[in-house]
Design a protein around this ligand. Structure first.
Ligand SMILES: NC(=O)c1ccc[n+]([C@@H]2O[C@H](COP(=O)([O-])OP(=O)(O)OC[C@H]3O[C@@H](n4cnc5c(N)ncnc54)[C@H](OP(=O)(O)O)[C@@H]3O)[C@@H](O)[C@H]2O)c1
Length: 283
């Protein structure tokens, strides 16, 4: 499949070695884009680049930490040298960290004190440094690529940016306070940057995936036998479509939001792709 809008456009995809954005990167390549793959681990990016090339597409793997402005600037230079200026940016890098997650959903009098049992990690036990890591990866890891790639787009007068929000962007889920702050910030920044760049012809939107299984969430949602954990069952009970998302569920929404011909008057929105989770009250 080659899609006239995407043909020969340069698309930078961060988090491209991960569950969702490896599929996004391959889909953009199938549509004809030249795709620059960004993540910290070359070993995750190389197979994605290989799959894109094997299918006849163009890909460049650029390992970098998206929270490091100099590293992202180096990606921009490498991408421009290989393919030319980027007009599409997908900010998929991010996620949570176990050390920034509580093991309890409400205050336990033993947390934060000497009698705290093994395995209990309340809000008052969290290490602020780990908390900040999650906020930095998801928020500054979005802001920094927008600065590095958005300037040339704004000067050129065209471009589209897509950020990754979450169900936590709307209402905080239990146990993940840092991730919730971070993803709420991504939506707020998406709206801010959309207004700032609209006069320059650059659109900025976001998708908010519901619950998709990845290497980390699989351990939280599924037990050793592949059944649902208690948290997994609560998620499923609150998802009207009664299933987890597959990366392929995101691709149409992502491609539509990035396409100036089909979504040229759409900017500043965050679209839930969640099987109805966000719409359901649960009662
Ligand atoms: N899966 C879900 O249910 C879900 C739901 C809502 C939102 N999301 C969001 O959707 C996006 C993709 O999620 P996913 O499920 O595909 O997660 P994933 O499989 O963990 O992929 C995320 C990728 O981001 C990269 N990354 C993390 N920190 C980075 C950094 N500082 N610099 C560069 N790359 C970094 C990681 O690679 P390295 O470790 O090699 O850098 C990883 O490959 C994330 O923003 C996530 O928060 C996911």
């Amino acid at each position: 499949m080659s899609d006239s809008f995407f043909r020969d456009r340069v698309a930078v995809v961060t988090g491209a070695g991960g569950t969702l954005c490896s599929a996004v990167a391959q889909d953009l390549a199938r549509r004809g884009a030249k795709v620059v793959l960004v993540g910290r681990t070359a070993a995750k990016l190389d197979p994605v680049a290989g799959a894109i090339r094997a299918a006849g597409g163009d890909a460049l793997a650029c390992p970098a930490d998206v929270t490091d402005p100099a590293a992202v600037e180096a990606v921009r230079r490498a991408a421009e040298a290989e393919f030319g200026p980027c007009s599409i940016l997908v900010n998929g890098a991010g996620g949570n960290q176990p050390d920034a997650v509580t093991t309890t959903t409400e205050f336990d009098a033993r947390e934060g004190g000497p009698d705290r049992p093994d395995g209990l990690r309340g809000f008052f036990d969290l290490d602020p440094a780990r908390f900040l890591d999650v906020i930095r990866a998801n928020t500054m890891g979005t802001v920094i690529p927008c600065r590095v790639f958005g300037l040339a787009m704004a000067r050129e007068g065209r471009g589209a940016i897509l950020n990754f929000a979450s169900m936590n962007s709307y209402h905080p889920l239990t146990r993940v306070p840092a991730y919730g702050i971070a993803k709420a910030g991504v939506v707020n920044f998406t709206e801010w940057l959309a207004a700032y760049l609209a006069p320059a012809g650059v659109r900025v939107n976001a998708v908010a995936p519901g619950f998709f299984l990845n290497d980390r969430s699989r351990r939280i949602i599924l037990d050793a036998d592949g059944g649902l954990t208690e948290r997994g069952a609560r998620i499923m009970a609150h998802t009207p479509m009664r299933r987890f998302g597959e990366a392929a569920d995101l691709l149409g929404c992502v491609a539509w939001l990035l396409d100036d011909e089909r979504a040229g008057f759409v900017t500043g929105v965050t679209i839930p792709v969640d099987g109805g989770f966000q719409s359901a009250s649960g009662v």
